[in-house]
Write a protein that binds this ligand. Structure first.
Ligand code: GLY
Length: 369
């Protein structure tokens, strides 16, 4: 029996997340939504198209009315309204109506953009998330955030729109390159830090199996990580309050991502942001010095950075305060009271953020005589 989690809202089940080691049970899961009479459109990127689209099509083709594939060019640069327009045109050409269904097959870009197309096409068409990256499995496919980038602003246009199902085939994590895999580990470690000390310990205890990408360990890790996120999004699905703790490490992390023109992965930037935020937590005596250094150093064995060179700390600070996570003039900054306990703080000053940025800034001049 495969593991599953149900995401509820107001004590009502909204969608299930299933954990599998292949795509075999996808037809059975989708049968519950009556796909025999529905058209399906797989939306994917050029990379994942070559890896998994044929396999997913062959699993589903005898169980639905018809199945088509729309593939866009892989990469964050495709996550915009132009690609959404292309998706609408493709759906219109293939006469998709409101009772048909979209399947998002791929990473975060695919899931966010397909979800947004699903939320808006004919004022809403069902969609299913089939995430194939660690980042998408532990974070972006859960919780109903959908959207695209607009001009230079990340995720500026979007909607909260829930999938009908999230189908995780954890064996897809085996084909990720190391950098993408460890990028996902940034979000996994973050989930432990903000919500579960026992999960954080589990990650450390299972470090070897995580490196080996042992399938049982991957399933357990993704399941436990999603459980942390489930607890948060069920209480606050539309980020009116508590959900913001998921942004631990993201305020400074997003600023670095932007300043470095997306040369670093999302998880690498989140790791740097987490270190800066943990440092601020230590400076406020919320964490002890030992706790801070343990948190910082635990990113290293997961191939994530804890310092960065060739940035302008002033630029990072300016980008941080222009982030959309503002409440009036105050930034909603996430700090740690201890491992497993995050909270939203609106009193973090520019000087504290500056000190956090300097903590992760590795300047070559530091080594000058
Ligand atoms: N990735 C943060 C959230 O889903 O709220």
């Amino acid at each position: 029996m495969s593991q599953r989690l149900t995401i509820n809202q107001n004590n009502k089940p909204i969608y299930d997340i299933v954990y599998e080691h292949d795509f075999e049970r996808l037809a059975e899961e989708l049968a519950a939504f009556g796909i025999a009479d529905r058209k399906l459109c797989i939306i994917t990127d050029s990379r994942v198209n070559g890896l998994y689209a044929d396999e997913v099509c062959s699993v589903l083709k005898d169980h639905c009315k018809t199945i088509v594939v729309y593939a866009f060019e892989a990469g964050e640069q495709s996550k915009n309204l132009d690609t959404v327009k292309d998706i609408y045109e493709f759906l219109i050409q293939h006469k998709f109506d409101r009772k048909d269904m979209l399947l998002a097959l791929g990473g975060g870009v695919t899931g966010d953009m397909t979800g947004f197309a699903a939320a808006t096409y004919l004022r809403g068409i069902d969609f299913v998330q089939i995430p194939t990256t660690l980042l998408a499995q532990v974070d972006s496919s859960i919780g109903g955030k959908t959207g695209v980038d607009f001009d230079q602003y990340k995720n500026m246009v979007g909607a909260f729109y829930m999938p009908k199902l999230v189908y995780m085939n954890v064996s897809t994590l085996k084909t990720l390159d190391d950098r993408q895999y460890y990028s996902g580990m940034g979000e996994v470690l973050k989930h432990g830090l903000i919500k579960s000390a026992s999960f954080y310990e589990w990650i450390i205890d299972n470090m070897y199996e995580i490196h080996e990408r042992d399938l049982e360990t991957l399933e357990e890790m993704v399941y436990k990580s999603c459980t942390c996120k489930k607890i948060v999004v069920e209480k606050d699905p539309t980020e009116k309050g508590e959900r913001a703790i998921l942004n631990f490490g993201h305020t400074i992390g997003h600023a670095i991502e932007k300043a470095k023109h997306f040369e670093l992965t999302h998880g690498e930037c989140v790791a740097l942001g987490c270190v800066a935020a943990a440092y601020i937590s230590w400076q406020r005596n919320l964490l002890s010095k030992e706790e801070y250094y343990e948190i910082r150093d635990m990113f290293v064995p997961f191939n994530l950075p804890i310092s960065i060179d060739k940035i302008d700390p002033e630029e990072i600070l300016a980008l941080t305060t222009s982030d959309k996570k503002m409440e009036g003039n105050h930034i909603k900054f996430i700090l740690l009271k201890k491992v497993g306990r995050a909270y939203i703080d609106t009193t973090v000053t520019k000087d504290e953020m500056k000190a956090g940025i300097h903590e992760i800034y590795f300047s070559e001049e530091d080594w000058d005589e």
